[in-house]
Design a protein around this ligand. Structure first.
Ligand code: SF4
Ligand code: SF4
Length: 343
C-alpha cells in the first residue's frame, strides 16, 4: 500500500484526480477502479508493487510499430481498471477479480529482472496502467535512469496533470479507442460517461512530447460505424499529424460479447481505406494474421520497409540511416534507432 498521488479532500470525502472519472470516495470506500481506497482521510493505492503479470513481449505486440521496432519490453500489470469493457480480453485481471492479488516487487527488482532478460524497455499494460500509477511512476523513473524506455498502453482516461508528471519518464503511449470513439458505444459497452477526456489526454501526451500511436477496436454491428472512423481519423490528422500510426484492431468474441463474430476482413479493409483517404500515412490492421497490412510501407513510394508477423518483426528492410532503400525518404521511426540484431 502506498499513499496515492493526485487527490484532495472534499467535505467528508476524497476526490481522486488521477483519471477523468474524478471519483468522490468516502471513508473505507474505493473508487471505480477498486484499487484506490480512502483510509482515514488519505487515499492509498492498494496495488503498489503487487504485480499480477510480468512478461517479456515484443514491442509490436503493444502495438508500437514505429517506435524501437524489434525491441522487447518487460510488461507489467496489477489488477484493476477504470473501464468495464464488455469485450475486454483481460477481464479476469481488469474486472472479475475479488482480492488484490499478485507477487510483491520493488522497482529495483524489476530493473534487475529487465537486465537479466536483456530487454530494452518497460511496458505498463494489460489493464489500464493509470490505476497503478504510483508504481509505474517509481519504476519508470528508475528505468529511465538505467537506460530503458517506458511505454503506456492506455485507454486515455488519465488526467492531463497526471500525464504531465509521468511524461518526465514516459517515452511512448499507445492510446486505445474502442468503437471509433462513438460516445454511445463507450457508454454502453465500457461504462464510460464521456469520451472528450481521451482527446484531452492525447493532446496532453503530445504537449509533453510523448510519442503516440493510436488503436481503434472495430466491433461488428455495435462499433463499426464508418462515419465514426472517418471522424476519428480526421481529428488525428488535424491534431496529431498525418504520420501518427493508426492501428485498426479486429474484434474477437470474448468476455460478455461471445455471441458476436470476429470483425470481417472486408470491414477492416473498408476502415483502412477510409483512414487512408483521410490522409493518415501509416495505417495498420491488428489481430489479423498474415495480412499484408500488418507491414510498414514507405509513405512516399509505398515500398515495403518492415515486414511483420503477430510475433513481431519478420523482416527489417531499413538500413542504419532509416531511409527507404528505394526512394530515400526518411521513415518516421522514433525511440532508439537500431537495426534489430537478428536482421
Ligand atoms: S483512478 Fe480510480 S479512484 Fe481515481 S478517479 Fe479514476 S477510477 Fe476513480
Ligand atoms: S480499458 Fe482495457 S483493460 Fe480496461 S476493461 Fe477496457 S479493454 Fe479491459
Amino acid at each position: 500500500m502506498k499513499e496515492a498521488m493526485f487527490y484532495e479532500q472534499v467535505k467528508n470525502a476524497i476526490k481522486c484526480g488521477l483519471c477523468a472519472r474524478n471519483c468522490i470516495i468516502s471513508e473505507d470506500q474505493t473508487g471505480f477502479c477498486r484499487v484506490r481506497k480512502n483510509i482515514k482521510g488519505k487515499l492509498y493505492s492498494l496495488v503498489y508493487g503487487k504485480l499480477i503479470s510480468v512478461a517479456v513481449d515484443p514491442i509490436e505486440k503493444k502495438p508500437l510499430y514505429m517506435f524501437a521496432p524489434g525491441s522487447r519490453s518487460l510488461s507489467i500489470s496489477t489488477v484493476g481498471c477504470n473501464f468495464r469493457c464488455k469485450f475486454c480480453c483481460n477481464y479476469a485481471i481488469s474486472q472479475e477479480w475479488t482480492n488484490v492479488i499478485g507477487q510483491q516487487y520493488t522497482p529495483e527488482q524489476l530493473i534487475n529482472l529487465a537486465k537479466n532478460y536483456g530487454v530494452q524497455g518497460f511496458s505498463y499494460t494489460y489493464v489500464e496502467p493509470t490505476v497503478f500509477y504510483e508504481f509505474s511512476y517509481d519504476t519508470a523513473k528508475l528505468a529511465r535512469k538505467n537506460g530503458f524506455y517506458n511505454m503506456f498502453v492506455t485507454n486515455g482516461y488519465t488526467s492531463p496533470k497526471a500525464i504531465k508528471e509521468i511524461s518526465k519518464y514516459l517515452d511512448a503511449a499507445v492510446v486505445d479507442f474502442k468503437g471509433s470513439a462513438n460516445p454511445k458505444f463507450y457508454n454502453e459497452f465500457s461504462s464510460v460517461p464521456k469520451v472528450e477526456p481521451i482527446f484531452d489526454a492525447l493532446l496532453a501526451y503530445k504537449k509533453n512530447k510523448v510519442y503516440i500511436e493510436i488503436t481503434d477496436l472495430i466491433v461488428p454491428k455495435l462499433g463499426d460505424n464508418m462515419e465514426d472512423v472517418k471522424k476519428l481519423c480526421k481529428w488525428i490528422v488535424d491534431n496529431l499529424g498525418d504520420k501518427t500510426p493508426f492501428h485498426l484492431i479486429q474484434f474477437f468474441p470474448t468476455h460478455k460479447l461471445t455471441d458476436l463474430p470476429r470483425t470481417s476482413i472486408k470491414t477492416m479493409e473498408k476502415a483502412y481505406n477510409i483512414a487512408k483517404k483521410q490522409g493518415l500515412k501509416y495505417v495498420f490492421l491488428g489481430n489479423v494474421h498474415n495480412h499484408e497490412l500488418e507491414n510498414t510501407y514507405c509513405h512516399n513510394c509505398g515500398n515495403l520497409v518492415i515486414e511483420r508477423t503477430i510475433l513481431g518483426v519478420k523482416n527489417f528492410l531499413l538500413k542504419e540511416d532509416f531511409k527507404c532503400p528505394k526512394c530515400g525518404e526518411e521513415i518516421p521511426i522514433f525511440g532508439e534507432k537500431w537495426v534489430p540484431k537478428h536482421f
